[in-house]
Design a protein around this ligand. Structure first.
Ligand SMILES: [Zn+2]
Ligand SMILES: [Zn+2]
Ligand SMILES: [Zn+2]
Length: 389
């Protein structure tokens, strides 16, 4: 065999496709690739989908959200929540404030613990605040055309009109726990030839472009090594069987898994979502409300029903306004595209203590807040161990 210049893989594949026929080397003959675009997108054509009464606009690929029908039963009337209990505004002790501060300083790898341990606390002021939280637990439904390899599943298209998407029973969700369920819409399943392999069950192998063999990687196709020595790997053939397809040149179709046929059906996706919004009443301590998302407070009020009423009679009017606004926003927004299954509103009292302390004759402040005694400070006096203290 003449020495051939080294070609890159792509160009070799080109030569293979142009009609490389293995000589008398025992390699399998090249199979003609099926007349399909071999590696193109495997999106099914629209002609594969039947017209299903009630599901005319259904697309492949998802996103078809269906607004819920008007409920047939009268919506339960929201009831005012339970009476407001009395509560004591919790205040933390100096020991708790210091412990929290020491813990905070030790959690920062570069902070010296000395100021937290040894500072002189000169003032503690409470700025307790309220957080109103509204959760709206919804169910949404969407449909899309889908398919799976046909293994003898029941075929029921056109035996009856399919039920409406909101009439199909789903599992009973746990309130406020998010989840998802996928269901085949009854009476929409039919069997179609696989669009990806045109019903042959296989596709040309990508690694050898359907030839079943490729250029020997040891001798790069020349058949020789070290001058005249025959290549042991390919016995001088210059080519080796493709290991990805065992020399067949074909691989099983990954859409129908070689079954040649697909079960085509409308897939219903039922999704349960907990939509949560909170409002924290501004306080004048200087601690930003964004900090509160990480902490919990003392639960003062909890009300859970199908649809809640805005909170009335609470001592802080900002909480009542937030409740009014969020209840109306949620009930308007979420009943458009989904079905509200349950709402829950809570009011927490979040303790906030502003601590003033002296360290090296300078006054600093930090905040202790939440049930977790979380600490926030902007001016810790020794934020780097390397700094001179
Ligand atoms: Zn070789
Ligand atoms: Zn192959
Ligand atoms: Zn296929």
């Amino acid at each position: 065999m003449d020495y051939q210049p080294l070609l890159d893989d792509t160009r070799n594949y080109g030569i293979v496709n142009a009609g490389y026929a293995p000589a008398a080397t025992g390699a399998p003959a090249m199979m003609a690739p099926p007349a399909v675009e071999p590696y193109g997108p495997s999106a099914p054509p629209a002609s594969m989908f039947d017209n299903m009464p009630g599901y005319e606009g259904t697309m492949a690929g998802g996103g078809g959200f269906l607004p819920p029908p008007m409920p047939a039963f009268p919506a339960p009337q929201p009831m005012p929540g339970p009476e407001q209990p009395h509560w004591n505004i919790p205040s933390i002790s100096e020991d708790t404030a210091r412990e929290a501060f020491v813990l905070y300083a030790s959690s920062k790898c570069c902070y010296s613990p000395a100021p937290a341990k040894d500072c002189v606390i000169t003032g503690m002021e409470a700025f307790n605040t309220y957080r109103y939280t509204l959760e709206t637990f919804t169910e949404s439904r969407s449909t899309e055309w889908s398919h799976e390899p046909y293994n003898g599943q029941p075929v029921d298209a056109f035996t009856q009109p399919p039920p409406g998407a909101w009439d199909i029973p789903s599992k009973t969700p746990t309130f406020f726990a998010e989840g998802k369920q996928q269901i085949k819409v009854p009476y929409t399943s039919s069997v179609k030839a696989c669009h990806n392999c045109l019903g042959t069950g296989h596709k040309p192998c990508k690694d050898c472009t359907g030839a079943g063999n490729k250029v020997c990687w040891v001798c790069n196709g020349c058949g020789y090594r070290h001058g005249n020595e025959q290549c042991h790997h390919c016995s001088g053939r210059g080519r080796e069987n493709c290991s990805h397809c065992q020399g067949r040149g074909l691989k099983s179709c990954d859409v129908c898994h070689g079954k040649q046929q697909l079960l085509v059906f409308i897939k219903l996706t039922v999704k349960w979502t907990n939509n949560t919004d909170a409002h924290v009443v501004e306080q004048s301590s200087g601690l930003h409300v964004d900090n509160f998302s990480e902490v919990s407070g003392k639960m003062l009020f909890r009300d859970s029903q199908f649809m809640v009423c805005p909170v009335l009679g609470f001592p802080d009017s900002a909480i009542m306004q937030a409740s009014q606004r969020l209840v109306s926003e949620h009930q308007g927004k979420y009943s458009q595209t989904s079905r509200i299954l349950q709402q829950r509103q809570t009011i927490e009292l979040i303790p906030v203590t502003k601590v003033t302390y002296l360290w090296k004759e300078q006054t600093h402040i930090y905040f202790v807040y939440g049930n977790e005694f979380k600490v926030h400070t902007d001016d810790y006096p020794a934020t780097c161990c390397c700094s001179v203290m």
